[in-house]
Ligand binder design. Structure first.
Ligand code: GLP
Length: 254
């Protein structure tokens, strides 16, 4: 079942996302959070930091697993997702370093490393709450539109769309890695609760497709509609192409 929540602006979306994260942590202080990168979750991370500083959130028992990492980027690389997560969240909150997991972008044996990452998630008891953004082409994590999707963590070749969309974070498009390591669809869909965030007009069309298209490997995010507990949190601009019947106040079930 998919719940849709539309906020007036991106800050309202972030606050609502952190309300759900706060509920999860308060209900289970040793919970497992799945985290995402990209520009969309930045306000959510700022709000998490704010509530931690106010004493409302305690991450001392929380475990995290990130969705993905660029293949070939070392964790000190400024465009790596390791660097992103430490710069935008982890260095400001009280999460113990040993409970932070981000896929390694430079593993020696990729196959073995991917199995190990999935095993660590399973051993931690599984993800209680997974935060997701969405690529303009409908990817989640780095599960790109394709004829087939992979279940577990794996190495993936990025599509031209994604390379172009993410080029803004690199000095030039040639610097964008062509491959990434990402949790697979089964890993993501095994999370007990999923929150997908999207903001701005640039995501409006993919949000419409996500909710209305057939469930297809060509739009990996459409598989979220098979999950029992997904909340899609978007701002008014990202809701631009949705029918007015579902864009009123509060939650809609779609
Ligand atoms: N792998 C990440 C995704 O997890 C993210 O959802 C997407 C959207 O990014 P943004 O939030 O910057 O639009 O970008 C990257 O490709």
């Amino acid at each position: 079942m998919v719940k849709l929540w539309i906020g007036e602006h991106a800050q309202a979306v972030a606050e609502h996302a952190v309300d759900l994260i706060e509920q999860t942590i308060k209900g289970k202080p040793a919970c497992v959070l799945g985290l995402a990168t990209g520009s969309t979750p930045l306000k959510t991370y700022q709000e998490m930091i704010r509530r931690y500083r106010e004493g409302r959130l305690d991450f001392s028992q929380v475990t995290t697993f990130n969705l993905d990492e660029y293949y070939g980027l070392d964790e000190r690389h400024p465009q790596s997702y390791h660097y992103f997560m430490y710069e935008n969240l982890f260095r400001y909150i009280n999460i113990p370093r040993e409970r932070i997991h981000i896929p390694c972008g430079t593993p020696q044996d990729i196959e073995a490393y991917c199995r190990h990452y999935d095993q660590r998630i399973a051993e931690s008891g599984g993800i209680d709450l997974q935060l997701l953004g969405i690529g303009p082409n409908g990817h989640i994590g780095f599960n790109e539109p394709a004829d087939e999707l992979q279940a577990g963590t794996h190495l993936v070749r990025l599509t031209e769309d994604t390379i172009q969309a993410n080029a803004r974070f690199f000095p030039s498009i040639d610097d964008v890695p062509r491959q990434a390591i990402t949790m697979g669809m089964k890993t993501i869909l095994s999370a007990r609760k999923i929150i997908l965030l999207a903001e701005g007009e640039g995501k409006a069309m993919i949000i419409k497709k996500l909710l209305e298209s057939a469930i297809t490997t060509q739009l990996p995010a459409s598989f979220l509609r098979l999950h029992p507990d997904v909340t899609i949190l978007i701002d008014r601009e990202a809701a631009k192409y949705l029918p007015s019947s579902i864009t009123g106040e509060g939650h809609s079930i779609v």
